[in-house]
Design a binder for this molecule. Structure first.
Ligand SMILES: [Zn+2]
Length: 274
């Protein structure tokens, strides 16, 4: 056998050996490297730290340059491994359930303002859904809800009154602004309610009194209609002869003044039924 042939044979046999011991060798190298790293951990840590420190700006610039690339890569990776990642997440959550709940609760306790804002934003975003949910829940649990409300009536009352007390000014400002911006709505509501309550009695009273205040004589020209006053102060007595047309100013006089005197005044004047 020539030396050349010997060399070739040796090479081939080495190859076969390496092939058959590949996994073994891999494991050995891995363990060796691990042990090496363990032995020199402090040294390596110090080296890595120094390296990072020295290349900080460079690394930052590199990251900045490859930001979009990385983002795209991550997105692709997440998308491609969605199922697996979700399963992993789920398993992790199952395994660490108590821990997670405790952590979330602790965070919520430590950040009440953030939670408040978060709840508010959530309610605003899902307003319609919440309404539907509440309605459905109420329909399905009517008796329980009513019983619960009955049981917590006093509590709620106390809470409400405290709430109103602490936000009195805020509420006032809010209500004034609301009334101002919903003027037409309020007027339509009041007029519908009056129609329901009095039918055509009030307009007929005004018609009969010639759209003129029956105390001071002021005539209606424009703006809100003149008031109609119940002569005997019984709001349910809507007979025409118990009603009289008055302006807002005079209506205040009949409401807050001496009621007997005002009643006598109208009786003396005599009010017609039609
Ligand atoms: Zn008047």
């Amino acid at each position: 056998m020539s030396p050349e042939e010997k060399k070739e044979r040796r090479k081939a046999s080495d190859k076969v050996y390496r092939e058959s011991h590949r996994e073994e060798h891999k494991a050995y190298m891995k363990a060796y490297q691990k042990a090496y790293r363990e032995d020199r951990r402090e040294e390596l840590d110090a080296y890595n730290k120094a390296y990072r420190e020295a290349n900080k700006e460079k690394t930052k610039a590199y990251r900045e340059d490859h930001k979009e690339e990385k983002k795209a890569y991550l997105k692709g990776y997440l998308e491609a491994n969605k199922e697996e990642i979700n399963a992993q997440k789920k398993a992790y959550r199952e395994d660490h359930k108590e821990e997670i709940i405790a952590r979330v609760n602790a965070w919520q306790d430590a950040n009440p303002e953030k939670m408040k804002a978060h709840r508010k934003a959530y309610r605003a975003k899902h307003k319609d859904l919440i309404k539907i949910y509440e309605k459905t829940y109420y329909e399905a649990n009517k008796l329980q809800v009513q019983a619960y409300r009955e049981d917590h009536k006093e509590e709620k009352k106390a809470y409400n009154s405290e709430y109103y007390e602490t936000r009195k000014e805020e509420r006032k400002t809010y209500q004034t602004a609301w009334r101002k911006s919903n003027k037409d709505k309020i007027r339509a509501y009041n007029s519908a309610r009056n129609k329901r309550k009095y039918g055509l009695v009030k307009p007929r009273t005004r018609e009969r009194d010639n759209h003129t205040c029956q105390i001071c004589g002021k005539a209606w020209t424009n703006g809100p209609a003149l008031s109609v006053h119940h002569i005997n102060y019984d709001d349910t007595d809507n007979r025409m002869e118990n009603l009289i047309t008055v302006c807002v100013t005079c209506h205040a006089k009949t409401t807050f003044g001496n009621r007997d005197e005002w009643q006598a005044y109208f009786n003396f004047k005599g009010v017609k039924a039609i």
